[in-house]
Design a protein around this ligand. Structure first.
Ligand SMILES: C[S@@+](CC[C@H](N)C(=O)[O-])C[C@H]1O[C@@H](n2cnc3c(N)ncnc32)[C@H](O)[C@@H]1O
Length: 224
């Protein structure tokens, strides 16, 4: 059984990351993306390095063969993932916003980014010829996503994830009481054998936590 939040040595493997002085414009790009489409973005600023590290500092990520990231934004969590996975591992990022996709392809030139919805994940994995992902990491704004989109994405996660794979998704502490956020927790509890809640990561704006889910139940009959 994989352990929850077991600390691992932090190595910068530098695989596929190129900063090229782009960092300064990222907060602005993120804010512009939010202003253009607040209901898709759901946050005013990219995730902090503290949140990205908390979600990626797992020994099993250092051994992953296929990793999928949903809702990459400007690449705050992407950078941490790519620094930790083995250089030969498959990485596939999925992002709905076209300007973020352009930015991600410049920032991480050797990695695959799909411009589309996380609800198409299984199709993109098949196109890339990748196996079932060992790890799926989500930065999606669940609290603002329509119910049918949330259902379609969770269904794809459960179908695509390897049977012993891990699914991680963050949420904001202040939004925990919102009906869609509470529905997501019920859905995760229904669709996975185990769901753990992390500590609060205070060094993030706004403060956040994440769920770590395993044992996907492919034949779940989720309805609500
Ligand atoms: C809260 S932001 C997080 C961005 C980044 N992961 C971070 O932590 O800074 C959510 C991102 O999810 C993207 N997004 C929203 N709905 C999506 C969908 N159905 N499929 C893929 N990406 C989506 C938005 O465009 C936005 O970039």
């Amino acid at each position: 059984m994989k352990k929850f939040h077991e600390p691992s040595s932090k190595k910068n493997r530098g695989n596929g990351c190129s900063r090229n002085g782009l960092a300064k414009s990222e907060t602005l790009l993120f804010l512009k993306t939010f202003l253009k489409n607040p209901s898709h973005v759901g946050a005013l600023a990219p995730s902090s390095r503290s949140l990205a590290d908390a979600m990626t500092d797992f020994p099993w990520l250092f051994e992953a063969r296929t990793v999928v990231e949903l809702g990459c934004g400007t690449g705050a969590i992407t950078e941490a993932i790519l620094q930790k996975i083995p250089p030969a591992a498959n990485y596939l990022g999925i992002e709905l916003d076209g300007r973020c996709i352009e930015h991600l392809r410049v920032r991480f030139p050797n990695r695959a980014f799909y411009h589309g919805s996380a609800a198409e994940m299984c199709k993109y994995l098949a196109e890339q010829g990748a196996g079932a992902p060992d790890v799926i990491i989500s930065g999606l704004p669940w609290a603002v996503l329509p119910q049918e989109v949330q259902d379609a994405i969770i269904s794809q996660v459960v179908q695509c994830l390897a049977p012993d794979g891990m699914f991680l998704t963050f949420a904001y502490v202040h939004a925990r009481v919102l009906p869609r956020a509470q529905r997501l927790k019920r859905q995760l509890d229904h669709c996975f054998g185990e769901v753990k809640t992390s500590r609060t990561i205070w060094k993030n704006f706004p403060p956040a936590f994440y769920y770590l889910c395993n044992e996907p139940k492919v034949d779940n009959d989720w309805q609500e």
